[in-house]
Write a protein that binds this ligand. Structure first.
Ligand SMILES: Nc1ncnc2c1ncn2[C@@H]1O[C@H](COP(=O)(O)OP(=O)(O)OP(=O)(O)O)[C@@H](O)[C@H]1O
Ligand SMILES: [Mg+2]
Length: 255
């Protein structure tokens, strides 16, 4: 995945423009796990929407396997910052929605995979319930099942664990790594948790405050497989401190 000199401005309702991203450069290798951290409002979700092909850059170029991302692709799954669930469908049907959306048949294998993911996320007992009957964190876990069910090659995740308690968050992060180990994927994760970024990633990018640009990159040289215990290691603490310092350095006070 190659992002070259990408800039993007939103058009405000009064016709003025707001530059969200400026000269963003990013390369993600196949099956690499990359995280992006940075101050709230710096442009992280904007970059993810561009990577997903939901919007086009004003300047620069984004390619995946050499092809320009001019439209959403089938082998990419995007987990939005807010879980966008179908309120009238039950939990299982919400997980299966991507197949229906892509007009793909839903057979025994797809249902088994959906149930397996629900079990992993602790939601199997709620398979027949509606999203409105779930807590915020449960809805987020459900959205995660839906993101993973099609076994995409590329996962774009926008703060997928933000509504979860700290322990569940670490556990699900490690589950995600296990899923990636069984069927390797290219992952771009946006998170406000520096510890989570370090725990999961091969590289962490730091985005500057708006207009956002990727100004630093830290290679996380921790051995894999990674378990939550690694968070107690001195080397882990060194990486989180280093990334935190970089985020601070590239953030401005917001008024
Ligand atoms: N649809 C939109 N129309 C106009 N401006 C927008 C729109 N979406 C985002 N913005 C602006 O673009 C900038 C970047 O927003 P973005 O959502 O990418 O930030 P972010 O880094 O994901 O923030 P957070 O960490 O709070 O989720 C912000 O200043 C925001 O106000
Ligand atoms: Mg965001």
């Amino acid at each position: 995945m190659e992002v070259s000199d990408v800039s993007f401005a939103y058009r405000n309702q009064d016709g003025t423009h707001m530059l969200a991203l400026r000269d963003v450069n990013l390369t993600v290798q196949r099956n690499e796990f990359v995280s992006i951290v940075g101050q709230s409002g710096c442009g992280k979700s904007t970059l993810l929407r561009l990577l997903a092909g939901l919007m086009a850059p004003n300047r620069g170029r984004i390619t995946i396997d050499g092809d320009a991302t001019t439209h959403p692709r089938r082998n990419i799954s995007l987990a939005f910052q807010k879980p966008t669930l179908l309120p009238w469908s039950n939990v299982l049907d919400n997980v299966l929605f991507p197949f229906r959306h892509q007009s793909r048949p839903v057979g025994r294998d797809e249902i088994a995979r959906a149930r397996e993911l629900l079990s992993m996320m602790g939601l199997l007992d709620f398979a027949e319930r509606r999203p409105g009957e779930l807590s915020g964190g449960m809805q987020q876990r459900l959205a995660l099942c839906r993101t993973l069910v099609t076994e995409p090659d590329i996962l774009l995740m926008d703060e997928p664990f933000s509504a979860l308690d700290a322990l569940t968050r670490d556990e699900l992060g490690v589950e995600l790594l296990k899923i990636c180990a069984v069927k390797p994927k290219t992952v771009v994760l946006i998170t406000h948790s520096i510890a989570e970024a370090v725990l999961l990633s091969d590289r962490v990018y730091v985005m500057s405050s708006r207009p956002g640009t990727l100004c630093d990159e830290v290679e996380i040289k921790l051995p894999r497989p990674r378990l939550p215990e690694v968070m107690r290691a001195p080397l882990f603490q060194e990486f989180t401190t280093h990334v935190r310092d970089l985020v601070q350095q590239h953030s401005v006070r917001q008024s």
